[in-house]
Design a protein around this ligand. Sequence first.
Ligand code: ACO
Length: 451
Amino acid sequence: VENVGIIAMELYFPSQYVDQTALETFDGTSSGKYTIGLGQKKMGFCSDREDINSICMTALHRLIERQDINLHDIGRLEVGTETIIDKSKSVKSFLMTLFAKEGATDIEGIDTTNACYGGTAALFNAINWVESSSWDGRKAIVVAGDIAVYGKGPARPTGGAGAVAMLIGPDAPLVFDRCVRASYMTHAYDFYKPDLASEFPFVDGKLSIHCYLSALDNCYNLFCKKMRKIDPDFKGLLSLDGMLFHSPYSKLVQKSLARVCFNDFLNASEEKREVQFPGLSEFKNHKLEDTYFDRDVEKAFMTYSLELFQNKTKPSLNIAQNVGNMYTPSLYGGLVSYLTSKNPQELVGKKIGLFSYGSGLASTMYSINICDDHSKGSKLEKLITTLNTSVILLEKRECVEPTKFSELMDVRTKNYHTAPYKPSGSIDKLFPGTYYLVEIDDQRRRTYDRK
Ligand code: ACO
């Protein structure tokens, strides 16, 4: 099978958000910390009406409806999430309610978990399946979703929520490069959720940034090495039209692109370095491992990479800045933003690099090629048109005051383990087509409805 990749996509984010400027005032932090320091604008959040099952189902159902998918044509359904509401039962099994109704039950796949990386792992499982001897000709669907919430404190403004659903198969408009995926996986306690009675993670913010950037260095160098094996002319960032990153907050993404340039700089020969990186030679003896928090290196390469950032990376940050860190769907929200921010004519034939990171830690860099055909009625045109209608909903959301946001978060926190339970969050405020929690009974079974 050829040209395996993403055929169609749907993105779901909550209908309510809190403004980051208002949150700065409410939290009593210095003005500009969340907006300039972290690079965030708005943060989406869910009331107790939504949980991981409902948001994944919302994205999945939208994909099925809008792509008019015959459920018997799906042979694999994968879920990536780190939002755990059951230690045994998968979110995938809940999503099967939609398929089982139609008698479509011959569907492989289950949930995958490792912080923000689960969505990428699920996606690779689906791609691998289509490219394998087990493939029976049907398509796969990957759903990645999370509700990202932090306790009160400096990490809270880096929350978010959302879900993405992707249809995977051959002859796709977004094709995955083969044999170049570059992973870096190791053990770290940077961000983890050992307290099963709480929705919040334990997070060592500084260590998590260190881990993220070192994973990026490792993945990027290996990715370039693998790329050069199939294309000796591969020039790193200069050979990529877009460079997308998992986005905990936008500032880290901009720093990451600067970091990629710093890697290219260190890897360049002396003569090339002078030409490509004029005025930066004072950094040539610096080492990757000593510079994760080196202000001079960071500043110099942030300045150097500004135009590259504006072209290759900034177009991927619309959802990340306006919804926040969605965890597993974050990178795919980046892909959606990138595809909807450009004139479609500019997208054809382009190659983009993607960096996926999940604390703990698991990370991969890989690449996607956008197909050449953007004619009317083509798969690419359909993909982008559908995504545009999802992204427009950013402007249809309701802005909620930080006091109200904080109250709604307290309701979630207080009732995280309550059963039986009837949620109090508003149904009126949800977007049409959203699934919501009706109740949790005394056996902790959850029932849902769709608006
Ligand atoms: N105006 C402009 N900038 C400001 C202001 C201001 N008034 N005040 C602070 N800043 C800047 C700081 O200088 C800093 O910039 P820098 O990153 O360039 O150093 C930035 O804003 C953040 O300020 P800090 O004081 O460093 O932030 P703090 O320690 O309060 O927390 C952190 C930031 C660590 C990101 C926290 O929000 C967190 O723990 N988030 C969750 C973990 C996370 O997202 N990690 C990333 C990878 S792992 C993952 O995906 C979960």
